[in-house]
Design a protein around this ligand. Structure first.
Ligand code: ACM
Ligand code: ZN
Length: 537
């Protein structure tokens, strides 16, 4: 690679920045990108049909932003094709006059390609677009066009549950590669649940030693006559591995938001430290799915000491300002029968167990806020009174999100319909791998509008975006994770990136067909993949 810093050609830059955004629908689209950019135009007045780019291409970096542009160049270079004899260059610039800080302009020139980002992040997205374009044309051919692009929403998220089934560091990186390809920028990492605690906490080693494993796993769905596989399942990420994943994501401009579940979905933690429950246990890490009645005791100060210690280690590992504290599906049965919980309610003047849950979350919020961070929780945290600075993830429909936005709280939309990618994507389920149920087909994901009706523009501004959730009870392998996530992740990415006037489902499907060559080349399993039948001999 040659990285050369050249004087920025003022004339060229002025020309780039004079391109304005407008509806791309009527434009000839030279390349089927996912998500669709806001504006694409075939460049005229060039005397070459295409140029070739590869690892031998010369990089020219904006001298005023050399370090940031150098980072993008270093990310791009290894992904370019080796062995291409290319005289064309790749110029990387940052110019804050690009309308959106995360936007970019990508332009073909006789000498090569010029990408101008509104920031390093915008430049990175331009580089991701370049990679998709090259990968669709033998890895090195670039046709002459201009793309002017920017994201619609700030939170373009994908979630992954690693508790119900554990996935390796390499698999998490493969997942992050998908997010990066679709310009998604938040990875919500569901690290703890009843069936497994997956993050090393130095102060409480039993969390992973005991809570990181379960004796066996339910076969099929829960029923009266449950059958188990008899195989121990588990694993966890060391803090060094967590740092590695956070850094890998950051290189792709993806924020990792960790989730530590409380007060419910805590059986794995209670298997390790039963004294934090109302009854004292003993417990085993759960081996089947559902909602369990044993939860963290809200009456014991020890519970809060434990959780704040855990969160301190977690917050030190994740630069994210948001910390997800769960808050969903917490049965109140044990709290109702627990002397400590009832005493807490009496002393704090709480009228019912919903208010006790609110007390729980507010106490945790206070600690997290003191560290300069913000809690986000599932919409149950609205019950009994929302913590003052909390953001809400709306999953039981959109009502929770609407209520939170109206009250001036940030919201991430993730309603079961259509954002739960553990649901089936076809009605013909007989030949499908077993799923939890439900039906969220590709077209309904594509048609999703994250801003609910009935909000004023000021209230709508609290909707940060949306995310797709991948709960893995019925996804024992990473191949099955991507089978359920794809292509719905691409559809949601377009919902979140592309302005509605530049979206069209029929067009999306055509682009997707071309895009499948990239998924195939990279070995990703996905719904709708054509698998060659074995010939009968
Ligand atoms: C959830 O699906 N329990 C947030
Ligand atoms: Zn209790």
């Amino acid at each position: 690679m040659f990285i050369k810093t050249s004087a920025v050609q003022t004339a060229l830059l002025t020309c780039l920045l004079s391109v304005t955004l407008f509806n791309s629908k009527a434009q000839l689209r030279p390349a089927p990108l996912l998500p669709n950019p806001q504006f694409t135009e075939l460049s005229r007045f060039v005397d070459q049909n295409f140029i070739r780019l590869g690892q031998s291409s010369e990089f020219e970096l904006d001298p005023l932003n050399e370090t940031a542009c150098g980072r993008v160049a270093s990310f791009l270079l290894p992904q370019l094709k080796p062995g291409i004899d290319s005289a064309a260059s790749i110029t990387l610039l940052i110019d804050t006059s690009v309308k959106h800080p995360d936007g970019y302009i990508l332009r073909y020139s006789r000498e090569g390609v010029v990408i101008t980002g509104g920031s390093e992040t915008g430049l990175h997205y331009g580089a991701m677009t370049l990679l998709q374009l090259l990968q669709q044309n033998d890895g090195s051919i670039l046709y002459p066009f201009t793309i002017v692009d920017e994201p619609r929403f700030a939170w373009r998220g994908m979630h992954l549950d690693v508790s119900r089934h554990f996935f390796t560091v390499a698999e998490i990186k493969r997942y992050l590669d998908l997010l990066a390809m679709y310009k998604m920028n938040v990875f919500h990492w569901h690290l703890t649940d009843d069936q497994g605690w997956r993050i090393e906490i130095k102060k409480y080693p039993l969390l992973t030693q005991v809570g990181g494993y379960r004796d066996e796993t339910l076969i099929g769905r829960p029923s009266k006559k449950m059958k188990f596989d008899g195989k121990r399942h588990g694993g966890f990420y060391t803090q060094a591995q967590v740092r590695e994943i956070v850094a890998y994501a950051a290189e792709r401009h993806i924020l990792v938001v960790p989730e530590i579940e409380m007060p419910g979905h805590s059986r794995a933690a209670l298997a390790a430290y039963p004294q934090l429950s109302c009854t004292g246990g003993p417990f085993k890490t759960a081996t089947s799915w559902g909602v369990f009645e044993d939860v963290f005791c809200a009456g014991k100060d020890e519970t809060f000491d434990f959780l704040t210690d855990v969160l301190d280690e977690v917050m030190a590992l994740f630069p994210s300002q948001f910390v997800h504290i769960g808050g969903d599906e917490c049965p109140k049965t044990r709290w109702k029968a627990c002397a400590a919980c009832q005493k807490r309610m009496q002393e704090a003047g709480l009228k019912d167990e919903h208010e006790l849950q609110s007390y729980f979350i507010k106490r945790i919020e206070k600690h997290v806020n003191q560290k300069g961070k913000i809690i986000i929780g599932w919409d149950e945290i609205l019950e009994g009174g929302l913590a003052p600075n909390a953001a809400v993830m709306s999953w039981r429909g959109t009502e929770g999100g609407v209520a939170a936005a109206k009250a001036g709280h940030y919201v991430v939309m993730s309603p079961g319909k259509p954002c739960y990618f553990d649901h089936y994507q076809t009605k013909k389920t007989k030949k499908e791998p077993l799923a939890i149920g439900g039906y969220n087909p590709l077209d309904s994901v594509y048609a999703y509008e994250p801003i609910p009706a009935g909000l004023t523009p000021a209230q709508a501004a609290y909707i940060l975006g949306a995310q797709g959730n991948v709960w893995t009870e019925y996804m024992p392998t990473f191949d099955q994770v991507t089978y359920m996530a794809l292509p719905r992740m691409a559809a949601l990415a377009e919902v979140l990136w592309t302005y509605p006037e530049n979206k069209d489902f029929e067009d999306f499907k055509k682009r997707l067909e071309v895009h499948k060559t990239i998924l195939d080349a990279r070995g990703y399993n996905y719904h709708g993949k054509v698998v060659a039948k074995k010939s009968k001999k």
